[in-house]
Design a protein around this ligand. Sequence first.
Ligand code: B12
Length: 242
Amino acid sequence: MTHDEILKGLFDNTILGKAVLVKELTQQGLDATLEPTEMLYKALLPALQEVGRRFELGDFFVPEMLLSAKAMQGALTLLRPLLAAKGDKSLGKYVMGTVKGDVHDIGKNLCNIMLEGAGFEVIDLGVNTSPEKFVDAVQKHQPDIVGMSAFLTTTMPMFKVTIEALKKAGLRDKVRVMVGGAPVTAQYAELAGADAYCPDASSTARKAKELIGATGAAPVGALADAVKAVEQMVSVAEPENK
Ligand code: B12
């Protein structure tokens, strides 16, 4: 199989939610020395965008979205170790979670991979994370940054609610707050009281370093490739039909 055939197979079969095939193709891609970032940004993410488009048109329903997400997650289990350089996680602590009422976690997980690759220790609170759980985690782990992910217009208000809970607990001044997710904008982030918004995983890692004053070191290895790939693929990874 050529690289293009593998990428096309990954795209088509992620849309169809064929998890076993997608994992096999991902392994074939790796065996054929396809870059993990190429598989991610040229096939897997565009496939999810297409699934979202079909859902919006009424051609796909929740079960189809779920199958595609599962297929993508299977591929990510193979790609993750290659995307996140396993090094010293000493740059700072990052508590990350998807907000209450929201179960979308692929975007959050990609951010986690990039943050780990950039040198952060990531404490992942998972999905459907209540403000109380964020507050407890900040108290317990004393992170430098808290990240909140939301993929629904109906759950985005949880940013503000969670930030208010941090204020009430006297913790807001002790952490930087970053927010993101498909429907989120920089303007919305500001209104919610966050310190920063990022549209994708590579800029999240860059911004996180900036927020803690660690702007000097450039990403290396797989992470640098990932950053480059994201920049090249912006037009594919972010179509208007989110
Ligand atoms: C897969 C999927 C699902 C899966 C999620 C599985 C999973 N484990 O995540 C399932 C099937 C469960 C699902 C359910 C629903 N979904 Co859905 N889903 C999607 C889909 C197709 C892909 C989402 C995704 O993972 N994208 C890939 C990632 C990588 O996206 P990304 O935005 O590029 O991510 C980057 C940034 O957002 C940023 N980022 C993300 N998090 C963070 C956090 C921080 C701190 C920072 C700085 C940055 C950051 O970095 C990421 C990486 O580069 C989208 C369509 C779309 N176009 O997004 C719909 C979509 C998000 N879903 C939608 C809807 C409506 C639903 C349901 C309400 C459907 C229903 N009727 O039940 C439910 C809600 C369930 C719930 N309570 O959460 C709508 C949301 C509309 C809206 N604006 O509110 C969308 C947009 C589909 C559509 N076009 O209508 N969904």
